[in-house]
Design a protein around this ligand. Structure first.
Ligand code: ZN
Length: 126
């Protein structure tokens, strides 16, 4: 993954800093846009960014997607690993790459749709 330097939302400058500038807690490295505060965290113990910077809208979408997906698989009595295997299969991704926290808007929409379609098609609920 390339180190982000220019913000994809506003064209602002992205700097490497630490999560405590946002949350007051934590010393995890993050890449933060100095103009609009879009940011991306890093893989644990590294300064490798987990994808592209995300703004508030995208972060809220990921939260919503997580809620829908978690409710979906828990409601079916699946394990977390079974749930992510299913999701990766549906998205045609390697299992290790089906991370909602790294998804873009359209992938989030796709996950929400997959959960709803599954309920409708396999379980006949509206
Ligand atoms: Zn920006």
């Amino acid at each position: 993954m390339d180190i982000p330097k220019v913000c994809r939302y506003c064209g602002g400058k992205i700097v490497k800093t630490h999560s405590n500038v946002l949350y007051r807690k934590g010393k995890e490295p993050i890449y933060l846009c100095t103009m609009c505060n879009a940011y991306v965290g890093c893989y644990k113990g590294t300064d490798q960014p987990m994808g592209k910077v995300a703004n508030t809208v995208l972060r809220l979408k990921r939260q919503e997607t997580h809620q829908v997906f978690d409710r979906f698989w828990k409601g079916r009595g699946w394990t977390r690993s079974a749930a992510y295997r299913w999701l990766a299969g549906e998205l045609r991704l390697p299992v290790g790459e089906a991370h909602i926290g790294m998804m873009e808007m359209d992938d989030c929409e796709k996950v929400i749709r997959l959960c709803r379609d599954y309920v409708v098609k396999k379980e006949g609920a509206a």
